[in-house]
Design a protein around this ligand. Structure first.
Ligand SMILES: NC(=O)c1ccc[n+]([C@@H]2O[C@H](COP(=O)([O-])OP(=O)(O)OC[C@H]3O[C@@H](n4cnc5c(N)ncnc54)[C@H](OP(=O)(O)O)[C@@H]3O)[C@@H](O)[C@H]2O)c1
Length: 257
C-alpha cells in the first residue's frame, strides 16, 4: 500500500455503510480522501473522528443523481486538491418498491432515482474523475461497487430496477476498461466489486430491527460487514499497477443467493 501514500482518493456515498468503512481504511494508509455524499453532517463527523490518521478526510456535498451537484462538487475538488489517483464509486440506493403498482408518480420517481444514483451518477462521476486522473499523469484506479444483484436478479423481495442498475454497472465497467485500452490509457485501471449481503443502512428497518440484529449476531443470517468490503478495496489497491483484477464477488460464507 506504500505506493498510495500521499495520493488522493474520492469515495462516493461516504456518509454510511461500505463507503464510511472504505474512508476509514484508506486514511490509515496516508491517502487523502475526498468524501462525497448528501449528508454533510455525517461527512464532517467522519472527518473529525479521523483527524489523527495519516491521511485527511475532505468532506464535500454531492448528490450523484444530480448532474449540477456533481459539476459543483468537482469544481470544489479541483480547487481543493487538483489531482486524483483513486475513485471508489460506491453511492447507491435500493428501495423495496414494485414497478407495477398504481402510485405512478411515486413509482416513477423511485425508478428514476435508482437509475440516476446507481448508474448515471457512477458514469458521470467517473468522467469527471478521469479528467483529474489524466491531469495528475500518475497511476489511477476506478473501483465500481456493483452487487451480487448484478449477477442474478432473483430475490425473495421486490427491488424494482436495482438489479438492472447493477448489471449495468458491471457492463459499463468493462466498457470503460475497453475504452481506456483503446485510448492507450494504460496507467488507469478500472474494476468492479460485487458484494453479497452487507449489514448497512441500505436494507432499511428490516435489517436493523432488534430481532434481525440478534439473528445476525448469533450467525443465523450470514452477512458481511462494511469493513469486509473495504478490505477488498485495499486488496485491489495492493496489487501492482500492471495487475487488474477486473471483477470480484464477495459473499458471506453460507449465503444462499
Ligand atoms: N449492503 C448490501 O447488502 C450491499 C450489497 C451489494 C452491493 N451494495 C452496494 O454498496 C454500495 C453502498 O451501499 P451500503 O450498503 O453501504 O448502503 P448505505 O449504508 O445505505 O450507504 C449508502 C451511501 O450512498 C450514499 N448515497 C445514496 N444516494 C446518494 C446520492 N444521490 N448522492 C450521493 N450519495 C448517495 C448515502 O449517502 P447520503 O444519503 O448521505 O447521500 C450513503 O453514504 C451501494 O452501491 C450498494 O448498492 C450493498
Amino acid at each position: 500500500m506504500d505506493k498510495w501514500e500521499g495520493k488522493t482518493a474520492i469515495v462516493t456515498g461516504a456518509s454510511a455503510g461500505i463507503g464510511d468503512a472504505i474512508v476509514r481504511d484508506l486514511v490509515k494508509y496516508g491517502i487523502n480522501v475526498v468524501a462525497l455524499a448528501r449528508r454533510m453532517d455525517r461527512l464532517e463527523s467522519l472527518r473529525d473522528q479521523l483527524k489523527d490518521e495519516p491521511g485527511k478526510v475532505i468532506p464535500i456535498k454531492c448528490d450523484v443523481s444530480d448532474k449540477a451537484s456533481i459539476d459543483a462538487a468537482f469544481e470544489e475538488i479541483d480547487k481543493q486538491v487538483g489531482t486524483l489517483q483513486i475513485l471508489v464509486n460506491n453511492a447507491g440506493i435500493a428501495l423495496t418498491h414494485g414497478m407495477f403498482g398504481d402510485d405512478d408518480d411515486k413509482t416513477d420517481e423511485i425508478i428514476s432515482s435508482t437509475i440516476n444514483t446507481n448508474f448515471l451518477g457512477l458514469v458521470r462521476v467517473s468522467r469527471k474523475a478521469y479528467k483529474l486522473m489524466k491531469k495528475s499523469e500518475d497511476y489511477g484506479i476506478i473501483i465500481n461497487i456493483g452487487s451480487i444483484a448484478g449477477h442474478s436478479a432473483s430475490f425473495d423481495y421486490i427491488i424494482n430496477v436495482y438489479p438492472g442498475t447493477k448489471f449495468a454497472v458491471r457492463a459499463v465497467t468493462e466498457s470503460m476498461r475497453q475504452e481506456l485500452n483503446k485510448l492507450k490509457d494504460t496507467k488507469i485501471r478500472v474494476c468492479e466489486i460485487s458484494p453479497g449481503g452487507v449489514h448497512t443502512e441500505i436494507g432499511g428497518d428490516s435489517l436493523n430491527s432488534p430481532e434481525m440484529k440478534e439473528m445476525i449476531e448469533s450467525g443465523l443470517v450470514p452477512i458481511l460487514k462494511g469493513s469486509d468490503i473495504s478490505q477488498t478495496v485495499l486488496f485491489m489497491l495492493m496489487t501492482p499497477y500492471e495487475v487488474n483484477i477486473t471483477e470480484m464477488i464477495v459473499k458471506p460464507v453460507g449465503e444462499r443467493i
